[in-house]
Design a protein around this ligand. Structure first.
Ligand code: ADP
Ligand code: ZN
Length: 595
């Protein structure tokens, strides 16, 4: 009885707690509704917001499109004072400030596009407390006059958007981002919230160290974008493949990324000539033209935007149905962020990358004039890209693994490697050899060296370390280097080995790997991707997996027109989405020149 009474008590306390939580929750939700018009928080938004409101340093890692901005915008509205938002791009700032102003929020930006008079007025407004959010680029924050001015303002907290720019191990390093800590240090003891959509575990650590916020609460959302289909195809007859893909997705919104401005122009033209509506976007275009092309895409005057990676940051179009990488991207972070712009409404998004070794060599050449360390970092990022593209393992599993998340399903059902699985084989002995090689070389080497040791290739490193004397040396000489690279990559993905967080490229044995050495269990591996696969084969089988749903095309066109009209009347550029499915496959025709 006593026990039960005790339980009862516990129950009551829980109930009371729940009520308190419920009340607080409601209040926050009321604000959410009042200010932004949303009824629900998404994912981690609410816990993050509560954390910021309770005055703690907070580190938010959320994939693109998950709703990071709200995490600091709502607290900025609730907290007393002015929230400073550090953001890397002027265009991005303007976009956000425009959106916030449309909600009736007094948000402003401080950057080099403002006149002296505008700056003086803005500063006055900030001091009086009228402004709630101030967007600044690190370059502006670095100016003494701005620091002096901000010292006079009641600052609620500092948000650092795109925080991965801090890390030189990431794909988007901005040296001035590394000075942020010193800058905000001059404003006193500030609460800091750092946000990013891409951060490998190494980059995460680097950001926290640099901002001296190792103690911060870290909120990592799952990076899994369930509705995106990932696919890598060999870069062969690419133009033909591209047009065929577009025919299959006619009338849908999509982005085609190319590496150079020249290529952007060429591909945009190719697409137009083939009867689709495409516009180019790159930094070399006249700003007015560039803006118009972007607006046309957002307003659905243009279906397809062909762009360099200059396009996309801060673009919030929910119904992008495909993202094509015509050229190989420079890093998996970039790739993930760019593909992340597809299917933001939760509906279908196809992510197609064309891949060739040739592209990798070109990218490598771009890096040759960079300082040694930067070049080395860029090389490692490219190598990750190569592994990803050529790997037989589920794309989703690999991408998530890259960002430090374990995807447990064996088959995601929504990537080329899962839909067309590679042949599998018993890899137990190979995994063991990979771990052994790591062990015998004292966990201090990268994949290339391990492959050389296993295969018995005597290069200068093997010689200088005397690794030809190791028992494992040459034990795997029956298989080629690509085979071994693939085995070691899979051993990593299945977490028998792990990356050394302090030494880029170096592999170590994980707990699971140690356990495996003591007591083996069967491990299945997949044959690595063979990029000589017949292109036609890939495509015909790919078509079979797209679930074709039919819809009333006339009605759809009418709805689209109506949406355009309403958006124009309301002067909105970002449109909400009409749910739609893949176009009927029945109408599939090959372009004339391919028949
Ligand atoms: P991120 O910066 O993470 O890429 P954004 O902050 O731009 O994403 O948000 C993506 C989209 O989601 C925006 O259109 C935003 O208005 C919308 N959004 C954010 N939070 C919510 C929510 N709680 N409910 C509905 N829509 C939301
Ligand atoms: Zn998969």
């Amino acid at each position: 009885m006593v026990n039960e009474g005790h339980k009862d008590n516990e129950f009551k306390i829980l109930l009371v707690d729940n009520m308190i939580v419920a009340e607080e929750k409601d209040e926050l939700k009321v604000k959410l509704k009042e200010i932004f018009g949303y009824s629900q928080f998404r994912g981690n938004q609410e816990v993050v917001i509560r954390n910021i409101l309770s005055g703690k340093n907070t580190f938010v890692i959320m994939p693109t499109g998950a709703g990071k901005s709200l995490c600091y915008q709502l607290p900025a509205m609730i907290k007393d004072g002015l929230a400073i938002v550090i953001s890397p791009l002027i265009a991005l700032m303007k976009n956000q400030v425009d959106q916030l102003n449309a909600y009736g929020i007094n948000a402003r930006f401080l950057n080099s596009t403002l006149s002296k008079g505008e700056i003086t007025r803005l500063k006055k407004e900030c001091v009086t407390g009228a402004v709630k959010l101030l967007y600044v680029a690190p370059e502006s924050l670095n100016k003494e006059e701005n620091i002096e001015f901000l010292q006079k303002v009641n600052v609620s907290f500092v948000a650092i958007d795109e925080a991965h720019c801090i890390s030189e191990w990431g794909h988007d390093f901005r040296p001035e981002y590394r000075k942020i800590k010193t800058m905000i240090g001059q404003l006193g003891d500030m609460n800091v919230i750092a946000l990013t959509a891409t951060a490998t575990p190494k980059v995460q650590l680097d950001i926290q160290k640099n901002l001296q916020m190792e103690e911060a609460d870290v909120f990592v959302s799952s990076f899994n974008r369930k509705n995106l289909y990932y696919e890598v195809r060999p870069k062969k007859e690419t133009k033909k493949q591209l047009i065929r893909f577009l025919k299959e997705h006619k009338g849908k919104s999509g982005i085609v990324y190319c590496l150079s401005r020249k290529k952007v122009e060429e591909i945009a033209q190719l697409i137009n000539v083939n009867g689709f509506k495409a516009a180019p976007y790159h930094a070399g275009l006249d700003p007015d033209v560039r803006m118009k092309n972007q607006d046309d895409f957002l307003n659905e005057e243009t279906d397809i935007i062909v762009a360099t990676i200059a396009f996309g940051m801060g673009i919030d179009k929910p119904d992008v149905r495909f993202v094509i990488h015509y050229d190989v991207p420079k890093s998996l972070e970039g790739y993930y962020q760019e593909t992340g712009r597809g299917g933001r409404d939760g509906l279908e998004g196809r992510c197609l990358m064309f891949y060739s070794h040739n592209d990798l060599s070109k990218l490598e050449k771009f890096n040759k004039d960079k300082p040694v360390q930067e070049r080395e970092n860029a090389r490692v990022l490219l190598q990750e890209m190569e592994f990803y593209a050529e790997s037989p393992v589920c794309r989703r599993k690999q991408l998530l693994h890259y960002f430090g998340e374990e995807y447990k399903e064996e088959n995601c059902g929504s990537c080329d490697n899962c839909v067309h699985p590679r042949e599998r084989f018993d890899g137990t002995e190979f995994v063991k050899m990979a771990i052994e090689a790591t062990k015998q070389t004292n966990e201090r080497f990268n994949i290339t060296h391990l492959v050389n040791v296993i295969r018995g290739t005597e290069d200068e490193y093997v010689k200088s370390y005397g690794h030809f004397d190791l028992p494992i040396f040459g034990k795997g000489d029956q298989q080629d280097a690509d085979f071994w690279k693939s085995v070691i990559r899979q051993t990593l993905i299945y977490q028998y080995l792990e990356k050394d967080i302090d030494n880029i490229g170096v592999l170590k044995i994980s707990k699971k790997g140690h356990a495996f050495l003591k007591k083996q269990h069967p491990v299945e591996l997949a044959r690595y991707h063979d990029f000589t696969t017949d292109v036609e084969d890939e495509e015909s089988s790919e078509r079979a997996v797209i679930n074709s749903k039919s819809y009333d095309e006339k009605l759809f066109e009418m709805l689209k027109m109506l949406r355009k009209k309403v958006a124009k009347e309301k002067r909105l550029t970002t449109l909400c989405c009409i749910s739609r499915s893949f176009a009927g496959r029945d109408g599939y025709h090959l372009p004339d020149h391919e028949r």
